[in-house]
Design a binder for this molecule. Sequence first.
Ligand code: TXA
Ligand code: MG
Length: 347
Amino acid sequence: QTELFEVDPLSDNRKLYARAAEALGAGALVGIPTETVYGLGADALNPEAVARIFEAKGRPSFDPLIIHVHHGSEVEKYTAVPEGLKDLVHTLASRFWPGPLTLVLPKADIIPDIVTSGLPTVAVRVSAHPAMRGVAKALGRPIAAPSANRFGHISPTSASAVQKELGGSIEMILDAGACSEGLESTIVRPVLDEKGKPSLELLREGPVTREQFRNLVKVVRRKPSCRPVSEESPADAPGQLTSHYAPRKPMLLLEPGENFAPVEGVKYGLLSYEGTSALAREGDWAEVVAMSPGSGRLAEAAVRLFALMRQMDENEAIDVIVAESVPESGLGRAIMDRLRRASAVRE
Ligand code: TXA
Ligand code: MG
């Protein structure tokens, strides 16, 4: 049975966080809010608890997890950052933590292999959400937490979405309302380039945009990571499966300039950017929803995206979800990345 507890925005919730930490310490799985999406947390230093994450999500074991620590000063306990990257890691941590940035760093021995799928690196972040930080602090160990959805589904941005995805197979959910960012964290890997200079590989677009790294460090985009991982090459692009964040219904993304050609007899719903385009006004839609109604703000679109995808997925009047493109700059890159994955051909 899954117990649901409300996080009180007006109190410090210390007792609740201690209770969640106690459950984690005993091997439980807990749905925990972060500013990006809800996480499915387990004690990262308990391999059996971590194994339950893969089981509950139906996630392949070659897809490694992110660990969440309550403060940047914890990172050195769980990683082994080479001398040449220490300054860069320090700069990134002080600039972006707590916040929606995940760093992939060489791991310390204490991190179990199951967390990293056997990789020599571990993904780590300090969430800006007081619940994730509070529980991690009370536990005194890192929390391994992927997004709290069944593997390949839409990431949950509310406690009720977690309940729908995983209710019954986890012990507890902390409900702190809707997530303030709505998209999964940006993932980068600090590396030394061929000249020995620190640079960043961008592994996943997210709320921290490339533009925000511009004056800090050189960013190199990892080669197209939109392809399935295989057991043989986990280190290459783990977790970057093409069909991800996907609704159960087929979804069709209209790339910029692409026309919509409806098929007779199929009922379409439109996931519009602002809801004001000619397509939104003139098409024959079973439902039109706007990511940022009337105002075209990318941050608002990001926050609402996954909840709207879920809403359309649940609307029985719709057979196929059609999505409009958003401007592909800043946060728009991360939104387009999620839309492309959600509409990719299923594997
Ligand atoms: O915002 C977020 O990052 C949320 C919240 C809960 O923190 N978490 C999240 O986790 O999105 P997940 O598991 O859904 O996505 C984590 C991604 C996966 O694509 C995984 O392959 C990648 O991080 N990853 C984890 N460890 C890695 C590593 N050592 N090297 C490269 N990629 C890694
Ligand atoms: Mg995920």
